[in-house]
Write a protein that binds this ligand. Structure first.
Ligand SMILES: Nc1ncnc2c1ncn2[C@@H]1O[C@H](COP(=O)(O)OP(=O)(O)OP(=O)(O)O)[C@@H](O)[C@H]1O
Length: 623
């Protein structure tokens, strides 16, 4: 027999009241029917060949522009209650939980949500926790680091020692003391597998993240899924102990074993988007409807089986109406709203969020050794390859074309290398969406920290590649010009990173990102000014180089290389006697290296902002 785990030694660091009463009235949720037009067409076809003998589907339902997922759902959850949300698969449990936790950002939600009888405000999410059904965790962090990250962001103003104590207590409560320093593990973006926790252990880490702040209201979407029966009971007892402190806990749950089912103070049953019962006498209620639980049957299994049967029966709508009537006429009037205001927990500042996120981002990069090493090795190999192909160039008119080629291939090499980051951007986005929905940080510090680490790496990679290539190819090796070239190349690299991350954030899929990014990169390369000098472009395409960021990067390094450079003539007639003639030949004499670099920086800023805005506003949730 597992002993319940106490929370008595937890301090209320946030200083806010534990536990709240939550009332939801007439909640409905509708989404656009994406198949509306297709269904309408099919319906017309069916009407043409209508045969009442064989048509079974309800044509009217397929025909609606909006699909109703939840329909007029109401209920009350008292302070300190442990509530089970039950129903057949697809009945709307997770959707209701998402709406109660204010995590739905798509579809049309109507109805009222009250905390202690008052409309919920902006701070609502700060005193609730939500534990998702899927475990979205950073694979490279340890159990301790994962929980400490939540403690750092969600417990501002609490001392380091207290935060560590809190983290260790939660780790103990979710039964992971022996795994405290194990990595979470999983498959990293790019396919590298990191050994780590089992599925059930990850579940416990996710639950621990929800418990770290000692919240007033906890929502858990199927907290016991993936756990063995002992671990499931242990987790549920942990939750029960929280409720004894007054915390309100709501879980969606499928088929709990009888010992777990007994722990719940209240059961809510949803069938096909409608509530049919909410209370603590579920078996008696089903009996009154004519469904009796056999003695030897698990009551949770019985409830679910009965719910499935009711959903299919012709009496379903009557049962729903009967419950709605009971709610309107009896239960609603019996609600006793506690006269307590909920204190709002503090939030950490953006600078602090940035610092914590930066640390995590950097740790993630260092621990993803395969990625870090491959980027460094690729930079050295590519730099050496270009440098060797054009090795020992002289400052002569006959080597001008080769020098132009070296500069161009360095530019394109650095433009193409961020393609390998597509999966990294998209997998990071899943974690970001999950953490943002919990309101633990703002998107801006997240994006800034991610890009700070990326920019630092890119500067280092560019420095390596340019140093190797410039040394071997004998490009203009003066301190000022060399470092200017490194700066331009690292901006070309970052611009391409921002460009690809914009596409990833706009499209949300790796296939589309790859396809758009590769097509546009080819256009960028074609009109960069190497293959065809800008003044020789056909008139119809002449404008293209003006809107081509690669043109500005390439022009900047070409001017940096050739400006005021005397060239030796190897053959007569001599094509170029000095570098300025080269600059003129390529049609970029109106630019200085500084002005072209300035436009490159402006393009980088544009893609940086576009990528951030797409991250902030698009693809918030999968469903
Ligand atoms: N945004 C959406 N667009 C279209 N359909 C949706 C959307 N959100 C939910 N649904 C549909 O609503 C139904 C209820 O989904 P929900 O995930 O809430 O069910 P559930 O009871 O939690 O199921 P399960 O127990 O299998 O997790 C499902 O059929 C789901 O496909």
């Amino acid at each position: 027999m597992i002993e319940p785990i106490g929370y008595n030694d937890f301090n209320d660091y946030g200083g806010y009241n534990k536990g709240v009463q939550l009332t939801f009235k007439n909640i409905s949720y509708k989404v656009d029917n994406k198949n509306y037009k297709k269904n309408k067409k099919n319906e017309n076809e069916k009407k043409k060949n209508f045969d009442p003998e064989i048509v079974e589907i309800n044509i009217d339902n397929l025909n609606e522009k909006e699909i109703t997922i939840l329909n007029n759902v109401s209920g009350v959850i008292e302070k300190g209650e442990l509530v089970a949300l039950m129903g057949p698969s697809g009945s709307g449990k997770s959707t209701l939980l998402d709406i109660l936790a204010q995590r739905k950002s798509t579809g049309k939600i109507t109805g009222q949500l009250l905390v202690n009888g008052k409309e919920i405000g902006e701070a609502y999410k700060k005193y609730c926790s939500y534990v998702t059904q899927e475990d979205v965790l950073l694979q490279t962090s340890t159990v301790f680091e994962t929980l400490k990250f939540y403690a750092d962001l969600k417990l501002p103003g609490v001392s380091e020692i207290e935060k560590i104590k809190r983290v260790e207590k939660v780790i103990e409560d979710v039964g992971l003391t022996l795994k405290k320093d194990s990595r979470v593990g999983g498959v990293l973006a790019g396919g590298v597998a990191v050994k780590g926790l089992s599925g059930g252990e990850k579940r416990r880490v996710s639950i621990g993240c929800g418990l770290i702040t000692n919240p007033s209201l906890i929502f858990l979407d199927e907290p016991t899924s993936g756990l063995d029966s002992v671990a499931a009971l242990q987790i549920m007892k942990t939750l029960l102990n929280l409720t004894l402190k007054g915390v309100t806990v709501i879980c969606s749950i499928h088929q709990p074993r009888p010992e777990i089912f007994e722990l719940f103070n209240k059961v809510m049953v949803i069938i096909k988007g409608k509530m049919i019962y909410s209370g603590n006498y579920i078996l008696e209620y089903f009996e009154s409807l004519g469904y009796s639980c056999p003695n030897n049957k698990n009551p949770a299994d019985f409830c679910l089986d009965s719910a499935v049967t009711i959903g299919k029966s012709s009496n379903y709508l009557n049962i729903c109406l009967q419950w709605e009537k009971k709610w309107e006429e009896e239960l609603l009037n019996e609600i006793d709203y506690p006269p307590v205001n909920v204190d709002i927990p503090k939030t950490s500042s953006w600078t602090y969020q940035y610092w914590i996120l930066l640390n995590r981002e950097w740790r993630g990069f260092i621990r993803n050794k395969g990625n870090a090493l491959s980027r460094v090795i690729t930079a050295i190999v590519i730099g050496a390859l270009f440098g060797s192909c054009f090795a020992g160039l002289d400052e002569t008119d006959s080597d001008v074309q080769k020098i132009m080629g070296t500069l161009f291939f360095l530019t394109t090499g650095l433009m193409l290398s961020p393609f390998s980051m597509i999966t990294l951007f998209l997998s990071g986005r899943e974690l970001f969406n999950s953490e943002r929905a919990s309101k633990i940080y703002h998107s801006f510090p997240y994006y800034l920290s991610m890009m700070t680490v990326e920019l630092a790496i890119e500067f280092f990679v560019s420095l390596l590649e340019v140093t190797v290539c410039y040394t071997l190819a004998h490009l203009r090796w003066e301190v000022g010009r060399f470092f200017f070239a490194v700066l331009v190349y690292s901006f070309i690299h970052s611009l391409s990173t921002f460009f690809i991350s914009s596409l990833a954030n706009l499209t949300g899929t790796s296939d589309l990102t790859f396809s758009y990014a590769s097509s546009l990169s080819v256009i960028f390369m074609l009109f960069a000014g190497f293959y065809v000098p800008t003044n020789e472009l056909p008139k119809a395409f002449g404008w293209l180089h003006w809107v081509n960021p690669a043109f500005y990067g390439y022009s900047s390094v070409v001017i940096n290389q050739f400006q005021d450079l005397p060239l030796k003539c190897t053959d007569e007639p001599c094509k170029f006697r000095n570098g300025n003639q080269v600059i003129e030949y390529y049609g970029i004499e109106d630019w200085t290296k500084g002005s072209a670099f300035g436009v490159l920086v402006a393009w980088s800023t544009f893609f940086y902002s576009l990528s951030y805005l797409a991250l902030h506003f698009l693809h918030r949730e999968k469903r």
